[in-house]
Design a protein around this ligand. Structure first.
Ligand SMILES: [Zn+2]
Length: 223
């Protein structure tokens, strides 16, 4: 009977806890560690304070091809690949580190909603790596920006233009976006009070750029 190393087990528990914090589902933890289902379920409850969600994992390659998820997953995968090949963090470690970096990038410039759901969940990020490992997807390189983007395996590379260089016409025109655009920045009452008390000073509306400048590094967050 093989005796399991205590140090190895401690390492796996630590890894599993970090993954749970980042939003990993139980199936992901089972695949990435040698811990039993019962121990993982207990760990999940300890870390999250609730039972792990049941049901199937999202299994769709097509999800990664729609424009917004495509941008987010391409950023994540580029970071992951760099981590896995150029730093001591390999495989599941690289996944955790790369996902943390992705979260940082995805929330940059969104100080107003820092706790908003990321476009790419941890479980989807993990699925994406599995899709790459099983050659179901590939990186296609944009002819304009030269960036590598997630694409279906065997898609022709010639003439490929990414969703950042050529966003679809509907980009940034969701209902959530429209609602945010019409929501006044300052409550109307405060504006009226300020106008009444300072009639002499010309009222100046705050300048709000319609869309982020091209050089902005923050990722689009709604489709
Ligand atoms: Zn491009």
């Amino acid at each position: 009977m093989a005796i399991k190393s205590v140090a190895k087990e401690a390492e796996e528990i630590l890894l599993a806890s970090e993954m749970i914090t980042l939003g990993a589902r139980l199936q992901v933890l089972q695949a990435e560690t040698g811990l039993s289902y019962d121990r993982l379920a207990r760990l999940y409850r300890e870390v999250k304070g609730c039972s792990p969600p049941k049901g199937m994992l999202p299994f769709s390659v097509d999800w990664f091809m729609t424009w917004l998820p495509n941008i987010h997953s391409s950023v994540f995968y580029s970071v992951y690949r760099y981590m896995d090949s150029h730093t001591p963090a390999k495989k599941s470690r690289a996944l955790v580190e790369a996902y943390r970096l992705y979260l940082e990038q995805a929330s940059a410039g969104r100080a107003d909603e820092p706790s908003g759901e990321p476009v790419l969940s941890f479980t989807r990020a993990w699925m994406l790596i599995r899709f790459f490992d099983s050659s179901m997807v590939q990186l296609s390189y944009c002819e304009r920006c030269k960036g590598g983007f997630v694409a279906h395996a065997h898609d022709p590379q010639k003439g490929f233009i990414c969703a950042i260089c050529r966003p679809p016409p509907r980009a940034g025109k969701t209902r959530a976006h429209a609602a945010a655009a019409v929501k006044p920045l300052i409550p109307l009452k405060a504006v009226n009070a300020a106008l009444a008390s300072a009639k002499a000073a010309p009222a100046k509306a705050p300048a709000v750029p319609k869309r982020p400048p091209r050089s902005s590094v923050s990722l689009p967050v709604s489709g």
